[in-house]
Design a protein around this ligand. Sequence first.
Ligand code: ZN
Length: 391
Amino acid sequence: MSRTPYHAVVARNVFDGVTVLDDHAVIIEGAHIVDVVPRNDLPAPVPAYALPGGAWLAPGFIDVQVNGGGDVLFNDTPTPAGVNAIAAAHRRYGTTGLLPTLISDTPEKMRVAMAAAQSAAGANPSVLGIHFEGPFLSPEKPGVHKPAMFRDPEPRDLELLTGWPAGTVLVTLAPERVPAEFIASLVQAGVRVSLGHSMATYAETQAALTAGLTGFTHLFNAMRPLASREPGPIAAALEAPAAWFGMIVDGAHVAPEMLRLALRGAAHPMLVTDAMPPVGGARSSFTLYGQEITVRDGRCTRADGTLAGAAIDMASCVRNSVRDLHVPLTSALRFASTEPAEFLGLGTMLGRLAPGFRADMVAFDPSDVRVLGTWVAGESEHDVAPERVRA
Ligand code: ZN
């Protein structure tokens, strides 16, 4: 890793989050971007480094749902070291910001996980907050969560979940399992609330949106399906221009046709990995709640066949979006960065390459979205080092 206080990164294609700029340079000072200029307009004293050939430079990927990586499961290792190991594993695939995600667990584990994320975030700018997926979920849609962990919210939950104003806290819940005031109280405190593992009706989802819910966790999976007379949360999501939905584009969780349908709605798409420990790790199995989960043909499954998160990285999600969702690369890059930044309320700091934004970037080969290097708050890590083109 290295940090040069004042320098420029030059690329043949710079995607700034809105448009592709031809042969431009991103000028970085410390942790931030100070300017994006045509290569020929670089001020004379700036040391400049060029990416190889036709490489692209884009806003770093932001993943709001990461259960694990590098052979570490957050539920099993809720420590700052565990969080850092997960972040490091995903960084190799272009993720420069993430929310470690705790699958439904005990109140004590939730407290420990919160403390671990806060501590890790203090020294690691790629740790943007924490995602609690559960435990206020529907026993009818547990997925791989343990229904015995599901419970009703108590006052101490509100205290915990609203206890990190400087970080981004995301809570996935089933709106039909909590009072509307609980959602409103979370949202008023700055917490992001997302529907998931839910049997909410269309009307219940509308009420939750009115209370401030803005997210839909892995849309289509573990929620009431679209049906002729009960449209449920999916129809409500796709009608909501101020909502975001997570997509796991691994070819296993949702048929691409369904995701293409979702892209025609009003809500904003975000790529998430829902990643488990094998991503960026060496082992092909792990345990969750004491049960063995195995990766086979790119799927993480329990012995009974239940999908248990995913074995995909963000660069592959971007690649698959172009191939299977038929979107331009620039749209896939927005789904991987600009949209999640906006969802988290960090859209003026992350998700774009523009003056004032944090220097979180990814360099990659556009032919296969192979990651060549990343920058987090101006600090770089490279597989293929940029060439110094000017002293
Ligand atoms: Zn889930």
